[in-house]
Write a protein that binds this ligand. Structure first.
Ligand code: AGP
Length: 360
């Protein structure tokens, strides 16, 4: 069944492998008769009626929200704020006139996010939960729900749910943009299918990621993940994955921000993973890699075909520039997984962590 490991040594490995299938399932779940993608009419109306979206989430789901903001702003032209749930409830920003609150939560049970939902409902604003678990608390208590269709996620480190969150956020933004008559230059269904194939290619070459993990992280004390633009948000997620399961101190950074302090931490051999998928900033991020390399860092450039250069350690398949996170996160997940294995950590049940955090 869906919740058995079968021949897999770990749920995390199984769940990473499922990611192409999850994207295809999402396409199927949101496809209507004419082959178009669609979401419930009342959700579409709520999105179109909003003058601003407030995305509320924690951890990996928060990282997905940062990318969701890009999708809604760039495709649909709706301004978005993204907030960490444990902060928002106690330090609420000024709200717009017609806000829509979007809670992103794999489990639908995260207490920090729920306390915000309760407060927002008291204020009378409309709410939408994006979750993997039908009937979960946040799904039941919000006005609307969009499901991730990722199947049960058992490993504490979230992988397939993150990719599913990105796909559903892209889909909701795309459908809203279409309904509002925005000029979209690509077919999302097709682009998601290309992304699913791109993920499959990476999954089929796991040995490369295992080598990178051994080479860069077997004895590392710390590691940095850098990127610019949308790659920056993926670098935050890469760092979280590595921290959670390998206990290596890791930080995700905007490439240009390093020189404002963090570069002081670079020593001989410090691993720096750099994502290069965005043409507009590829020279800038490559410049940042040179800066850290000049101070002794051991850089690992993960670029995308089309913006790659000789010497890049890994080149991932080319996908639509907004959908790169769905693919670029996968090598980072796998590197974390193998780093944890090399360091003999309990991959599926890391110390001090629970799958869903049901206390504030
Ligand atoms: C992800 O790897 C983490 N275990 C964690 O950050 C998680 O994403 C966070 O607790 C939010 O959970 P949720 O999506 O179920 O609300």
């Amino acid at each position: 069944s869906d919740i058995e490991k079968g021949t897999y040594p770990h749920y995390m490995l199984k769940e990473m492998d499922e990611q192409p299938t999850v994207i295809r399932k999402i396409i199927q779940a949101y496809e209507v008769e004419d082959g178009q993608l669609a979401i419930d009419e009342d959700i579409l109306e709520a999105l179109q009626a909003a003058d601003r979206l407030y995305i509320i989430a924690a951890g990996t789901s928060y990282h997905a929200g940062l990318i969701g903001k890009q999708y809604f702003e760039k495709m649909a032209g709706i301004p978005v704020e993204v907030h960490i749930s444990s902060e928002f409830g106690y330090n609420m920003p000024l709200l717009s006139e017609k806000p829509l609150f979007i809670f992103i939560t794999q489990s639908g049970e995260t207490a920090d996010s729920r306390q915000v939902l309760v407060k927002i409902k008291e204020l009378g604003y409309p709410t939408l939960t994006i979750t993997n678990v039908p009937g979960s608390t946040l799904s039941r208590e919000a006005d609307h729900t969009l499901l991730l269709h990722a199947g049960p996620e058992i490993a504490v480190a979230s992988t397939k749910a993150y990719v599913a969150q990105l796909a559903v956020l892209a889909l909701a933004a795309y459908v809203t943009a279409q309904a509002s008559g925005k000029d979209l230059t690509f077919d999302l269904k097709q682009e998601l299918a290309i992304a699913a194939n791109g993920i499959q290619t990476i999954i089929d070459s796991k040995d490369v990621l295992e080598d990178i993990a051994e080479d860069y992280l077997k004895i590392a004390r710390n590691a940095f993940f850098i990127g610019r633009n949308i790659d920056f948000y993926v670098s935050l997620e890469g760092a979280l994955k590595l921290k959670e399961i390998s206990y290596i101190q890791a930080e995700g950074f905007a490439g240009g921000e390093l020189k404002h302090g963090t570069i002081a931490l670079i020593e001989e051999g410090t691993p720096v993973f750099a994502l290069v998928t965005q043409e507009a900033v590829s020279l800038n991020i490559r410049g940042n890699v040179k800066e850290v390399a000049a101070r002794g860092a051991y850089p690992c450039i993960i670029s995308m075909a089309g913006v790659d250069e000789d010497g890049d350690r890994l080149v991932i398949p080319q996908v639509n520039e907004l959908l790169t996170p769905l693919v670029s996160v996968v090598p980072l997940q796998l590197i974390s997984y193998y780093a944890a294995l090399h360091r003999r950590c309990d991959v599926d049940k890391p110390r001090n962590l629970a799958k869903s955090v049901t206390v504030e």
